[in-house]
Design a binder for this molecule. Structure first.
Ligand code: DAH
Length: 368
């Protein structure tokens, strides 16, 4: 038996076999030799491509077996069928061996893949940094949640407003001194027709004109003023406006609602009070104070030693404003309030400087 050569099966020359095979015995021994080499090559083929090569070099159309059998003509006529009888089982055996090896190679490939892709479920997971809402957005959501419990629906109102809605409809005439309360940014080239809203109050007019009472609306959003920026003033800030209009609405409703708000936002221990205030669009007007969140009402620098912090302005909607909203002030009454979301956020989280809220410094943001 020839020693098995590890060289590629294709490098072996099958042609010599045909010439050597001149009698039955030599045919038989060459067949046996072929069988042994083929089985060894099949067994050592390490991947499907190599197995294909082995397959075609022995069993293919130009393979050794066919070439060998091509020499059958040199045999005596009666010996030829015997060669066939010898060769056919060998061919079948080799075909079966190739098929078995092919199946095994697929199995091995799968095993390798499974081993490589094994997931160790006991390893600790890779931590996903958790995102968070911007503290202003989060506070706005909390405000909406609290007033939502009392039936207040949150609306959007435009940031670019007409002078008419931002001022005149709210009972602030063009040359009224009360305008000095709001340093306004006008849109260039519009002859002061369009302004960036200085407060969320113009949304009151829009709501009254667009919906019929009973109205319970919350209008949060960004506002702008021509302000010198410091630790407590931004030229860009956030307010939330509230408006309730119905028959028989009184200041007692306002008082009770704002108490609920203060307790919901700052805790049940929070003290509250109304102080007289002035706004052109409400009459009477009040400032709503809560007991100082830092000292609890004793008096400290944060509350200028008064024990109180003003968190919003409010009042009963002025009849002129109701009329401008298309409502009959003889039939309907309402209250309104407006708060600075920035200020509420700063109080909740003890943030000393309003500028931190819009700086978008990640070291600050990640604290929330
Ligand atoms: N718009 C006022 C401001 O920006 C806040 C305000 C006060 C709103 C009283 C109101 C209100 O609705 O009734 O300073």
């Amino acid at each position: 038996m020839r020693p098995h050569l590890p060289a590629s099966p294709r490098s072996r020359s099958p042609a010599s076999g045909a010439l050597d095979a001149v009698d039955l015995e030599s045919f038989a021994s060459q067949l046996e030799d072929l069988r042994a080499r083929a089985l060894a090559d099949v067994a050592t083929a390490d991947d499907p491509a190599e197995l294909d090569d082995v397959d075609s070099s022995y069993l293919g159309r130009k393979g050794e077996l066919r070439t060998l059998l091509g020499g059958i003509g040199q045999l005596a006529a009666e010996d030829r069928p015997k060669v066939g009888a010898l060769a056919n089982p060998i061919r079948e055996e080799l075909e079966a061996a190739v098929a078995a090896r092919r199946a095994r190679l697929l199995e091995i490939a799968l095993e390798v893949r499974l081993a490589r892709e094994r997931v160790d479920v006991t390893l600790p997971g890779r931590a996903m940094p958790r995102g968070s809402l911007h503290p202003l957005i989060e506070t706005q959501g909390e405000i909406a949640r609290i007033f939502g419990q009392f039936g207040f629906v949150t609306y959007e109102s435009p940031e670019v407003e007409t002078d008419e809605l931002n001022f005149q409809a709210l009972n602030i005439p063009a040359d009224h001194p009360a305008r000095d309360l709001w340093d306004t940014l006008y849109v260039a080239g519009t002859d002061r027709h369009w302004a960036l809203r200085t407060h969320t109050s113009p949304g009151q007019i829009r709501i009254m004109r667009e919906t019929a009472p009973p109205i319970r609306a919350l209008l949060p959003g960004r506002c702008y003023r021509y302000e010198a920026v410091d630790a407590s003033h931004g030229f860009e800030f956030f307010q939330a406006e509230g408006l309730m209009v119905d028959e028989g609405t009184t200041m007692a409703h306002l008082r009770g609602l704002l108490d609920e708000f203060a307790h919901g936002m700052f805790g049940p221990q929070t003290g509250t009070r109304f102080r007289p205030g002035y706004y052109p669009f409400t009459e009477p007007s009040v400032a709503f104070d809560i007991s100082c969140t830092i000292c609890g009402g004793v008096g400290c620098p944060a509350c200028k030693r008064t024990g109180w912090l003003t968190i919003l302005g409010a009042g009963m909607v002025h009849p002129v404003v109701l009329t401008n909203g298309g409502l009959d002030p003889e039939r309907y009454q309402g209250f309104a309030f407006g708060m600075g979301i920035d200020r509420i956020t700063m109080l909740r989280h003890g943030i000393p400087d309003i500028r931190a809220l819009l700086d978008n410094d990640m070291r600050f943001m990640e604290k929330f």
